[in-house]
Design a protein around this ligand. Structure first.
Ligand SMILES: C[S@@+](CC[C@H](N)C(=O)[O-])C[C@H]1O[C@@H](n2cnc3c(N)ncnc32)[C@H](O)[C@@H]1O
Length: 357
């Protein structure tokens, strides 16, 4: 059915077009600026008619669409099948991400042809930054520190910063016979856990194992709601300055001897990061999840990052003490029949991928 409003619009447009056809001089009156010749008036008439036809077509399409959905609704009410409308759409109790990423309009490169392997530091840097790595001009070396941050490791909730030696020791054993080849961290904040892992890699002789830090550096809900962790977020103009603190901290450790061939910051969300890894084929040996901690969001991250982990790799994370994290980790482990292990360091957990799903 056409609504009253649509009827009025159609009548007005119809009246205008008939007037223009019957009284071509009207076009001249209606166009007081430049169109004072007959050709221009005719062109105006033609384009007005075209616009009217288009508008009429669009209204017809709308009406057909509406009828189509109305029929679907009544058939679903009668038969109990079909698509219900005018009701809340039923969502599944929990979200499951698609295994495959969607094809993108920008998919010029044939990503599937790429080998699935850990990248070198240089390959990773080049892929993120689209330039070759040069220690003198890298993003970290040349960070201009617009908010005047001073390096510090005062963020108190970084369990890997506090106990990274114990964690890396357990990890190294759990990984065997694999070695540390490529580490992905999701949620880096001020860099505490990433820097500790980098220092521990150096200590163990892995001087150029790349460590990708995926974080939009926009904080998590807890930081924005609870003023107790406010100073760690340190927002200016509604935006966290944690990225700045991260860059300054990493630079300071590199200046003091930490290998510069580990940390590559990648300021994207966990989901983009996971899909990016899927496309590039870069295979991590270890993935450390310490990001948003919301229920279902954590589950999505677990599913997506599990996909990019090769057999023998380790998925680990922090904050199993948080109800939402525990809920999603438990659900993930039980859905897939996996074994959950604890580091016995704060609430850090790990799962080894023994076979492909
Ligand atoms: C608890 S902090 C990470 C602490 C860090 N791993 C450490 O131990 O030093 C959480 C971080 O997750 C990041 N985060 C929040 N939502 C995210 C998302 N959807 N994807 C990636 N990172 C996210 C926040 O910006 C924040 O920096």
């Amino acid at each position: 059915m056409i609504t009253n409003k649509e009827k009025i619009i159609i009548s007005l447009l119809g009246f205008l077009s008939i007037s223009l056809i019957l009284f071509p001089n009207l076009a001249k009156i209606l166009t007081p600026y430049k169109l004072h010749d007959d050709n221009a008036a005719a062109a105006l008439l033609r384009s007005t008619r075209l616009e009217l036809e288009r508008a009429y077509g669009a209204i017809k399409d709308l009406e057909e669409n509406r009828l189509h959905w109305q029929q679907l609704a009544s058939s679903s009410q009668n038969s109990g099948t079909g698509l219900p409308i005018d009701k809340d759409v039923e969502c599944p109790a929990h979200m499951e991400p698609k295994k495959e990423r969607s094809v993108l309009p920008s998919d010029i490169e044939i990503w599937n042809d790429r080998p699935h392997a850990p990248p070198t530091f240089e390959e990773l840097y080049q892929q993120v930054n689209n330039v070759e790595y040069d220690p003198a001009t890298s993003g970290i070396a040349t960070f201009d520190n617009p908010n005047g941050k001073v390096a510090h490791m005062d963020y108190p909730h970084s369990s890997v910063w506090n106990k990274g030696d114990e964690i890396m020791e357990i990890l190294e054993k759990a990984l065997a016979p694999r070695k540390f080849e490529f580490i992905v961290e999701v949620g880096s904040m001020h860099g505490g856990s990433a820097i500790r892992m980098a220092l521990e890699l150096d200590k163990r002789g892995f001087k150029d194992v790349p460590l990708l830090c995926i974080d939009p550096w926009s904080g998590d809900l807890n930081m924005w709601l609870n003023r107790v962790v406010w100073e760690h977020l340190d927002p200016r103009g509604g935006r966290a300055t944690t990225y700045d603190q991260f860059m300054v901290n990493v630079k300071s450790f590199i200046d003091n001897g930490m290998s510069d061939k580990h940390i590559v910051p990648f300021a994207v969300s966990s989901i983009i990061g996971a899909r990016w890894l899927q496309a590039t084929g870069f295979q991590p040996s270890v993935i450390y999840l310490d990001s948003a901690h919301e229920e279902d969001e954590t589950y999505m991250e677990l599913c997506l990052y599990w996909e990019v982990l090769p057999v023998g790799g380790i998925l680990m994370g922090d904050d199993y003490g948080w109800a939402a994290v525990r809920h999603d980790v438990d659900r993930f482990v039980s859905d897939r029949g996996l074994t959950l292990n604890m580091f016995n360091v704060y609430y850090n957990w790990w799962i080894k991928k023994e076979k492909y799903d």
